[in-house]
Design a protein around this ligand. Structure first.
Ligand code: SF4
Ligand code: SF4
Length: 168
């Protein structure tokens, strides 16, 4: 945001559930060296995300795709010598990104499926046939009323509305 100082973004993160511990990081790199995703791709490095966030690089952190690559395995969190709750910090960053309409397309597709059918992915005829081939019973319809209530109670449906508005 224009005129924002690095500390403003750090404060915003620490005020979020899960983000409280980010300022304890002293950049030792233990998280990156134990992260299975970082071992797989150079596009992801938890130490770097924390560094950028603490430097106030808001757009780079929130508008890029790297915060969405964390697999939430908590390997890093168990090993951080500073007890930074890294996976939870990543969740806090995702929540800020979502609030601002920065949601990767794949997540909006999952969310749309959840809102319309109560499932993340539609059940195709092909899958139905495969289930039958394996002797599995047909899937029961989802309890859409309950799903809708949960989505409304958590504000999830409004997040989706915001995303649709942001893309216009
Ligand atoms: S292990 Fe902890 S202190 Fe070290 S870089 Fe990662 S978050 Fe920072
Ligand atoms: S929780 Fe995320 S950042 Fe931490 S080790 Fe697992 S994938 Fe990497």
């Amino acid at each position: 945001m224009a005129g924002e100082k690095p500390l403003d973004f750090a404060r915003e993160i620490t005020n979020r559930l899960g983000g409280e511990t980010i300022t304890r990081c002293y950049q030792c790199g233990t998280c990156a060296s134990t992260c299975p995703v970082a071992r797989t791709t150079e596009r992801y490095n938890p130490r770097q995300i924390i560094r950028l966030a603490l430097l106030g690089q808001r757009d780079e952190v929130l508008k890029g795709d790297s915060i969405w690559l964390c697999a939430s395995c908590y390997n890093c969190q168990e090993r951080c010598p500073q007890k930074v709750e890294i996976a939870d910090v990543i969740y806090a960053l995702r929540n800020i990104a979502i609030r601002e309409g920065n949601i990767p397309a794949i997540y909006t597709e999952f969310a749309a499926g959840l809102m319309s059918e109560g499932r993340l992915a539609p059940i195709s005829k092909f899958l139905e046939k495969k289930r039958a081939d394996y002797g599995l019973p047909p899937l029961k319809p989802t309890g859409m009323e309950a799903v809708k209530k949960i989505l409304a109670a958590t504000g999830f449906d409004k997040v989706m509305f915001k995303k649709e508005g942001a893309s216009q």
